[in-house]
Every structure is written in C-alpha cells, then in structure tokens.
Design a protein around this ligand. Structure first.
Ligand code: UDX
Length: 448
C-alpha cells in the first residue's frame, strides 16, 4: 500500500474531515487529525466515532494504528507537511460563506515554521485560494503551497462516496502540488480532474447548485402534476430515461435540506451578486424549496377542515434525510414550527433523535420513543424522512393508534395502496394516488 513519508494532517473532524481522514488511513497512509473540540478528540482517541455514518466505525477500527488525534497545532505541524483543511464554512448573516474558521487555520499553520502544502476540502467561495495565497505571501510564509480538492460526499453514503467517487477534482497553483495529492489518492480508481484553483472551487459550487436546481425543478413539476392529474413519479421515470437528463435527483418531496445544499446555493447566489451578477435561477431554486414545506401545511389545513388549532399532527422522521443524525436545515424544523404557530399539537419520532432532546430546534414538540407512540391519538401524520423503519410501518396498526386518518407522504415513498387499504387517506407530493377516506370532506378543487 502507498505510504507518504510523513503523516497527512486533517484539520477539523466533522463529517467531511473525519471521513476523509479515515479513508486516507484506509488507503495505507498515516493520518494525524486535529480538532479544537477536546471532547471530540478524546472520544476519537477512545475509538468512538462521534457521528452516525454507516461503515465508518468498521473502517476506522481497521485503520486504528494509522490514525492519531490531537488538539495541538504544534504537534500537527511538527509531524505533518500536507494538511487537509475540513472546517465548517457556515452561512454568515449576509448569505456569504463565513470563512473565519478557515482563516484561523491558515493563521495557526503559517505561524509555525516549515514548508507545507494546504489542501482545501471545505467548500469555500471561488477566489478563496487566490486570497489565502496572497495573504500568505504578504505575511512572508511563501513556503506554503495550496491545492483545492473539493469533497462531494453525501452523508449516509460518505465512505462509499470517498472510496468510489465519480471524480476527484484537484486544482493547484503548482503542478507538483497537484501531482502529490493525486498520488495520495492513487488507491482510488476514478477520473481525476486537474485544473486551476478557482475552477476547482467553482466545480463544487456549480455541482451542488445544479443538483439543488434539479430537486426544485422536479418539485415544481410535482406541483403542476397535482393540478393537471399527472403523476410526478412516472414523469420523473420517463424523463430520467433520457441520458442527457439522467434518473438521479428527480425525487419530488418536501424539499432539500442538510448542511450543504441550502448553504452552498445561497453562497453561490451571493458570490455572483457580490461580483454584480444577478443569478436569477438560483433565487427561484431557493424560493421553491422554501415554499415546498409550506405547501404541506396548506394541504393539511385543507384535509383537516381549514384549521390546525387543537389538532394533533405526528411527524415521522426529523433528520434531513435517512441514515444520518444530521438535523441541519431539515424540513422538519420548518414544518414543526409552522404547525406549532398554527396552534397544532406536534409529536414526532426519529430513530436518531432522543425524547427530550433538541428542544432548541423543536420547541414545544413532544419527541416520542417510537413511531406508534408519536402517532397515538394523532389527527394526521406526515412522513418527513424516509427512514426504512417508517416506510415499512404496518398501516393497519397505525390506523388503530391514530384518531384521524390523514397521512401525507412528504417523500413519495409509501405504498399508497397499503395506506388506503388500512382505512387511511393518502396524499403524496404530485402523485395521482391521492385518496380520501370515507366520510372525509371533499374540497372544491377535488369536486371540480
Ligand atoms: C449533498 C451532495 O449530494 C454532496 O455531493 C455534497 O458534497 C454535499 O451535499 P448531502 O447533503 O449529504 O450531500 O445529501 P443528499 O443525499 O445529496 O441530499 C440532499 C437533500 O436533497 C436531502 O434533504 C434530500 O432529501 C434531498 N433530495 C435529494 C430530494 O429532495 N430529492 C432528490 O431527488 C434527492
């Protein structure tokens, strides 16, 4: 297996940093991970993985002897020359990416003597590499090289995405720096895109913005399907067969969430705006995504006779997608808050969210120990996250536990026939399966 002579350093052990570090160690290299969070580093030293990511525990256990963890920049810089940066770049109040953590890392590293190669994994605005390099040069730290190596991993599939990526993008100022990073990933078989730093930075933003656009596009098609009586799932299947379109990211639902799409789409729009370009399309992508959650509340109001005050709504799933414990920008947060604002009682269940926890995100929401407990006495249920255990619920049992009969499938993953056979009503997003259980009010739009 390939070995670099000195261990590779990884700064920031969040999702991207930790998965990157473990995968590089899996490829046979020694890796030193640094994080400012002492508790996280302690847990990792004890062999505990602080995030839920399928396959990561096993991979980390297999590479234990090549991984070490520290909170000390002195130790990191003494041991490592190649330093991956994988710290957060959250949105700032203006919508620009907040680069304060990246800037801090660059300061901490450049304050220590030695020749180094910084490799940017964090998603940073186009132009960040140029800026960092200029700052380093003006601070006299010319012995520091810089490579942009954006990450495309998806939470829940992160290990597979890193070890079997669609491409590896390497933007470098100096050919030899790019070569060095390409050699580091030699164990991974894929297309390597070698380019400039600004182009590499833009590939990341443009990819995420395009995927988000696909989702908002299919969500608008779903909304039109509801009006004209077409089924968005069949429409997506039919569209996806055209290889120029492709079948992926055409799953209509209650919109995208997570730590990347909302932040990166906003940041790209802002980046364009800062340079005087009005990125009109992205405005629509963002707005459609926002409205998609509100439409579900509107649908529920329609089903429950106009008012939600005093009604009991159960949210099935809270994380922004299955196979993760991540709640960042999850649709559930907006849904829960809208429902509470309308005066509804809200209960919820998610396999990754413990009862009594996360009152910061879900004030006033009762988090139950199981799906059926959340559904007890509910007037309506909304499937928010397509966790397998929620998709596989026995709807006859659900019907017995609920008081009302309304089920809204926010991800278009339930078998509508099973739901309705249990005596419940079913609403998807842009599907023709909509059924009204006996005795339910029929709205004027349906009567037409
Ligand atoms: C995304 C990108 O896929 C990844 O390349 C990048 O590095 C980080 O951002 P992630 O946020 O982990 O990854 O999740 P992803 O699986 O892409 O889903 C994002 C959101 O879009 C989820 O809320 C998901 O439910 C939603 N989605 C996805 C849809 O609503 N419809 C789809 O067809 C696909």
């Amino acid at each position: 297996m390939p070995q670099t002579q000195r261990p590779v350093g990884v700064i920031g052990v969040g999702y991207v940093g930790l998965v990157t570090a473990v995968c590089i160690a899996h490829l046979g290299h020694h890796v030193v991970c640094l994080d400012v969070d002492e508790a996280k580093i302690e847990a990792l030293r004890a062999g505990k993985v602080p995030i839920y990511e399928p396959g990561l525990d096993a991979l980390m256990a297999g590479a234990r002897d090549r991984l070490s963890f520290t909170t000390s920049y002195d130790e990191l810089c003494e041991r490592s020359r190649v330093l991956f940066i994988a710290v957060d770049t959250p949105p700032s109040p203006s919508g620009d990416a907040d680069l304060s953590r990246v800037e801090r890392v660059v300061r901490d590293v450049s304050a220590r003597d030695g020749e180094r190669l910084l490799v940017m994994k964090s998603t940073v605005p186009v132009g960040t590499g140029d800026r960092v390099l200029a700052e380093l040069e003006s601070a006299g730290a010319a012995a520091i090289g810089y490579v942009s190596n954006p990450e495309f991993l998806r939470e829940g599939a992160a290990v597979d995405d890193v070890l079997h990526p669609d491409r590896i993008v390497i933007g470098a100022y100096r050919e030899r720096d790019g070569d060095e990073i390409q050699r580091l990933f030699a164990g991974i078989e894929t297309t390597v895109v070698r380019t400039t730093v600004p182009t590499a930075e833009m590939i990341k933003y443009a990819s995420n913005a395009f995927l988000a656009t696909k989702i908002s596009f299919i969500n608008e098609i779903a909304n039109v399907c509801e009006v004209v009586g077409a089924d968005v799932r069949a429409v997506a299947d039919g569209m996806g067969l055209d290889h120029r379109i492709g079948p992926y990211f055409l799953q209509a639902g209650i919109g995208y969430g997570g730590s990347c799409f909302p932040k990166d789409v906003q940041a790209l729009k802002q980046l364009a705006g800062n340079s005087g370009y009005h990125f009109q399309l992205l405005n629509a992508v963002i707005e459609v995504n926002h409205l998609q959650k509100r439409r579900v509340v509107g649908k529920l109001q329609e089903r429950l006779g106009g008012r939600l005050r005093g009604k009991h709504v159960a949210l099935l799933g809270l994380t922004f997608k299955p196979n993760t414990d991540d709640l960042r920008e999850a649709a559930s947060i907006v849904l829960a808050s809208r429902l509470r604002a309308e005066g509804a009682r809200v209960t919820a269940y998610d396999p990754m969210v413990a009862p009594g926890s996360r009152a910061d995100l879900f004030p006033g929401v009762e988090i139950a120990t199981g799906a059926l407990e959340a559904l007890d006495g509910a007037d309506a249920a909304i499937l928010v996250t397509e966790w397998p255990e929620l998709v596989a619920l026995d709807w006859t049992v659900v019907r017995e536990r609920m008081k009302g009969r309304h089920v809204i499938d926010g991800r278009n993953v339930l078998d509508a026939a099973l739901v309705t056979a249990a005596g419940l009503s079913y609403d998807g997003i842009g599907t023709v399966d909509r059924t009204v259980a006996a005795g339910e009010p029929v709205t004027s739009s349906e009567a037409r």
